[in-house]
Design a protein around this ligand. Sequence first.
Ligand code: ATP
Length: 225
Amino acid sequence: MLKINRISARIAGITVLRRIETDFEAGALLAVVGRNGAGKTTLLRAIMGLLPLQEGSIHFAGQDLASVPAHGRAALGIGYAPEDRVMFPTLSVEENLRLPCDVLGLSRPEIDRRLQKAVEVVPQLKEMLPRSGAALSGGQGKIAALGRALMAGTRLVLLDEPFQGLAPVLATQYGESLRRLREIDSQVCVVVTESNRSLLRDLPDATLMLERGELAANGEQALAH
Ligand code: ATP
């Protein structure tokens, strides 16, 4: 489903990803772990098309993404929840969730269907939807951002350090939502980054370990699960 073939990327002239490769099937949950600055966010941005590759390629559902810009990747069913982007404060949570689909020009019934599925996966959304984006706590914003990533991410969901800073009860609910997502949709792929891998518990099917932009020496072993 997602094949990352020896990709490298630079930011400001510095190589921040070096020959990263992995390949995983529909329905898999991949953890990308590593210390701060290891390149986890950069890898997600590269998959989303927000950063040009220096070398290598990314294939998704058999298609080379080289010529597909970020909005085109969202149209292919890739959703992204950046680490620091919470809800737009001047919109309701529901408007925040509908926004990525509005931008994609999806039909109203399709957006309604996706919203219903997001609420099924993340039941806490039901109570949040009418509220202003500004009214959510940081942790609630992260839960809502999972819902928003699901609105575009019908086939692949990229989640950047979702567990960081979450209170234990919210972290448990977040993990339950990821499990529910995979029960409801056995084909969806999820990539979750985390610097503290113990927070992921037994969620990942495979783990990719990054060290200073490279696959760690035991990165291949870590892929076995
Ligand atoms: P964190 O847990 O801190 O988010 P990370 O593993 O996600 O870490 P990245 O954010 O991908 O790491 O950063 C990888 C490297 O790229 C780091 O050395 C970082 O300093 C550098 N970097 C990232 N963004 C920029 C930028 N806009 N300008 C300069 N350097 C950057």
